[in-house]
Ligand binder design. Structure first.
Ligand SMILES: Nc1ncnc2c1ncn2[C@@H]1O[C@H](COP(=O)(O)OP(=O)(O)OP(=O)(O)O)[C@@H](O)[C@H]1O
Length: 335
């Protein structure tokens, strides 16, 4: 669906050359929610803006739905952008226009639709994002979450196949973030839209994305299915992002665990194994006793997962670890 073939981007600023994106190859599949996570300046916005050619690459080719974005002339680019919607951190709504007029904007800029059709489409879009009763308000009269919903309705107006989200929830409080992410999830599932989102929060990735790429200094340092990357991060930058999301302080944990006897293991359960009454059974069968040092049960998009840090003492430890592994639990020895 979206293909980067050795794409790089350099900026020139103040006589300096800034390598925002090193030569990068990447494939984003049709219908998936793909997340890009990275610290400030990692190159996330650059990568996102290359997709709809708000930025032109310095080298390489970008294909969207088989079309070479890098080769489009002005008229073809205008048509192409009707198929790629975008939403922004600060919403980018026109303050002097009503909610309905903001949403109608891309429709009025495009083909000559009759006013009646535009009105009907705007009504449909506002109902879609849960703002059916806010059409005549102005952006200043709306909350942040409502403004982002207007942004989403506007981005969907021309029936795009791709939605680009530039830190779409970074300006929102946690509860509103949850609602906006749920709306993006719904749009992805119901309209089959391909979504590419950038964020500096691994938690946003965990909640809505199917796959993720971690960017650092203009390079993808790790990528893969979210469950893999989130539960078994390999690169130190990815590990830090995950620990931030999980509110884990490794040094603090090491101190806490220093006084605990036994073998310390981190267990990762995925899918239905998360709810299986495994520990009690294995403890009884092997005589191994356990204390729970840390734990969390949550979801990665729709898949439940659990992570438990246990101290195991006594009994037949090899038999206990073998039984856990046989039940599909991933084990990591912390000490
Ligand atoms: N128009 C520009 N002119 C010059 N340098 C730029 C321009 N846009 C971005 N950069 C530089 O390119 C690098 C990557 O920036 P980019 O905005 O893509 O990163 P980011 O990961 O999106 O960061 P943030 O989360 O802060 O938006 C940074 O060093 C930035 O200063």
């Amino acid at each position: 669906m979206i293909e980067f073939d050795q794409v790089s981007k350099h900026y020139r600023a103040g006589g300096r050359d800034i390598a925002a994106l090193q030569p990068t190859s990447l494939c984003i599949d049709s219908g998936e929610v793909f997340g890009l996570v990275g610290h400030s300046g990692a190159g996330k916005s650059t990568l996102l803006r290359l997709i709809n050619r708000l930025e032109a690459p310095s080298s390489g080719r970008i294909l969207v739905d088989g079309e070479e974005v890098t080769a489009l002339d002005a008229a073809a680019l205008r048509r192409f952008r009707q198929r790629v919607g975008m939403i922004f951190q600060h919403f980018n709504l026109l303050a002097s226009k009503t909610v309905a007029d903001n949403v109608a904007l891309p429709l009025r800029l495009g083909d000559d639709r009759p006013a009646r059709d535009v009105r009907a489409r705007v009504e449909e879009l506002l109902a879609r994002v849960g703002l059916g009763d806010q059409a005549d308000k102005y952006p200043a009269q709306l909350s942040g979450g409502q403004k982002q919903r207007v942004g989403i309705a506007r981005a969907l107006a021309t029936g795009p196949k791709v939605l680009l989200c530039d830190e779409a929830t970074s300006a929102l409080d946690p509860q509103t973030t949850t609602q906006v992410l749920a709306l993006l999830d719904e749009i992805n599932r119901e309209l089959g839209l391909t979504i590419v989102l950038i964020t500096h929060e691994m938690d946003v990735i965990r909640r809505v994305c199917d796959r993720v790429a971690v960017l650092e200094a203009g390079r993808i340092v790790e990528h893969g299915p979210v469950a893999e990357v989130f539960l078994h991060p390999q690169h130190p930058t990815t590990r830090r992002f995950v620990q931030e999301a999980e509110h884990i302080d490794e040094a603090e944990q090491r101190d806490d665990f220093a006084h605990v006897p036994g073998r310390i293991l981190r267990l990762t359960f995925r899918g239905e194994a998360t709810f299986t009454p495994l520990l009690g059974r294995i403890a009884r069968e092997t005589g191994v006793d356990y204390s729970i040092l840390a734990g969390r049960i949550d979801r990665i998009r729709a898949t439940p997962y659990g992570q438990l840090t246990l101290a195991l003492v006594g009994g037949d430890l090899p038999a206990a670890t073998a039984a856990l592994e046989a039940a599909g639990v991933h084990l990591e020895v912390l000490r």
